[in-house]
Design a protein around this ligand. Sequence first.
Ligand code: ADP
Ligand code: MG
Length: 247
Amino acid sequence: MSSKVTIVTGIQVESTSTPATNSAISAGLSVTDVRKDYPTPAEPLVVLRGVSFSLAAGERVAIVGPSGSGKSTLLNILGTLDEPTAGQVTLDGVNPFSLRSKALAKFRSEKIGFVFQDHHLLPQCTALENVLVSRLAFGNVSDADAARGSELLKDVGLEGRATHLPAELSGGERQRVAIARALMNRPRLLLCDEPTGNLDTRTGQAIGELLIRLATESQAILVAVTHSPALASMFPRQMGMVDGRLT
Ligand code: ADP
Ligand code: MG
């Protein structure tokens, strides 16, 4: 079979006659027997009791479960904001917890986008500046960055709102800015923790549709934690979480 160059996660690899090359296997998100305990003066509080799943590029999944079941803990571990007590996470073949702190910060910034229940926008910055905030942190914003930021604001339906401050936007609009910000660095993994939790039903549905459309277009893996059956039903795949285990 002729050898052809394919792009897997930004790395050029020679494809072979076997589709399941190592690169193909490692692309995407892989979670293996992840456990998380928090120490307490008595016995450790066990929050995740062995979570395993894998998602390919472009897969979209909703995680639903009662409060306190460990959903945010899992999302924080997938986002490398918290370390598992045991088990393994790899994103595009890289175990982020094997990286030193500077490399881990770079990995997180380049590979992962976050949308939280609260928008966490900087109140003194405009919508566009909030979208560009990850670039501002590293120095000057290029013309190409600014153009991408404007394009993203257009994608989320906020054309003409670039110079508005968060206080001048509605809750749904603020969440749209947060989504544009999360997509700025073209993440491979988009993590959303109750992204519609502060929104009314109709606005929440529009935000859910937007997240799913933009993640699909960019072939990012989308993992959203939600209490909302309406939001969860928009996803092609749902996973339940009960008492630290996926159901
Ligand atoms: P969910 O998002 O499903 O509501 P969480 O993942 O936030 O649940 O929390 C699961 C459990 O872990 C809760 O009992 C919570 O109190 C506990 N927990 C979360 N974070 C910490 C922490 N930093 N220290 C101690 N316990 C924690
Ligand atoms: Mg939570």
